[in-house]
Design a protein around this ligand. Sequence first.
Ligand SMILES: Cc1cc2nc3c(=O)[nH]c(=O)nc-3n(C[C@H](O)[C@H](O)[C@H](O)COP(=O)(O)O)c2cc1C
Length: 392
Amino acid sequence: MYSVNSPHVVNIHDLRRVAKRRLPRVVFDYLDGGAEGEVTLRENCRVFDDVTFRPRHAVAFGNCDLRATVLGNELSLPAMLAPVGYSRLMHPGGEVAAARAAGKAGTGYILSTISGHKLEDVKAGSTGPVFYQLYLMGGRAAAEASIDRARRAGFAALVITIDTPVSGIRERDPRNGMVELLNPGLFQKIPYAEQFLTHPGWLLSFLKDGGVPPLHNVVLPGKGPMPLTDIGRALAASTVTWKDLTWIRQHWNGSIVVKGVLTGDDGHKAVDEGAAAIVVSNHGGRQLDCVSASLRALPEVVAAVNGRIEVLMDGGVRRGTDIVKALCLGARAVLCGRAYAYGLAAAGEAGVTRAIEILREDVKRTLVLLGCPSVAALDSSYVRIPKDWVAN
Ligand SMILES: Cc1cc2nc3c(=O)[nH]c(=O)nc-3n(C[C@H](O)[C@H](O)[C@H](O)COP(=O)(O)O)c2cc1C
């Protein structure tokens, strides 16, 4: 068992280090890596340094209020857990463990289509709001069936990811044997065996969990759950377009969130198509490389949307200061991807709980140091941003 408590783990970077120790290289790099030259992956984190704080000193107040509301769901802190595919490869608890930790912490969880656990089990495992992130893989009939299941199970919103017409090329994956790991054949795994044998703890838990799970939430008519191996091809054959939102709305009468907006134009389109919220996101630098860092794209999208729908953001959030900066620039809340997935990979539910706790303490401390009594009171007057960020 790897410790995720202080002083071993003080921040998210420490959790990443523990995750790296526990996971074989192929799984760690799948989680940690980005597309092509990883320019956007790096920039997502670095860009937070361009924004500096303008604190108000010598003010006193009682408890800071960290609560935020997303689509009518009250969260105990302004951060939800982003959809992270293949979570069950990181830890057998996977999506159920992450959702449970989010619920106990008073926040929300977004379940990826690429999930090794049944959506009903994930929803039942959490006391907090759970959203379902939909890819159209497997075709319309499969998508409609999962939308119906998500409605019956009580999911609070549907998230449509629009930045994945094909899977980005994450160059670490083919080098490490990701395809070979996902495929059933033992023979093909032999060249990559050393990384599994040197991580016996992970290997044992993976084998006890039954190996690579199928996609329980993509049920192909007449065939059953889609195997994980087909994902690249399935994504390429199922590009979502703005037009698809019309039929999706016929099956889902709850809130729709569009994830993957990086320009004011796409923000306008999401409003026109009836989205209730958008996520300014570049998929954590895993899709098109060399797009803007999410934080850099945020002011343009916030200005375009102009308060008509809720704006969330994700990408590069590793500290509470990052969360506070995103809120100062107009996000209602952030989504965290790797920050909690490192925790999941390190220690299952306990690791996710620790990640959320670190971020919560960070946000609280940052508000006190800023002289701001609540998350709701944050605005652009608390930060200095580079001049050209607002112009375009
Ligand atoms: C390992 C991994 C798998 C992901 N899988 C999905 C997915 O299935 N669907 C999706 O919409 N986004 C997916 N994302 C993107 C995240 O939802 C989120 O946009 C991104 O992680 C935010 O960046 P961050 O990791 O720097 O916080 C994934 C991200 C990671 C790291």
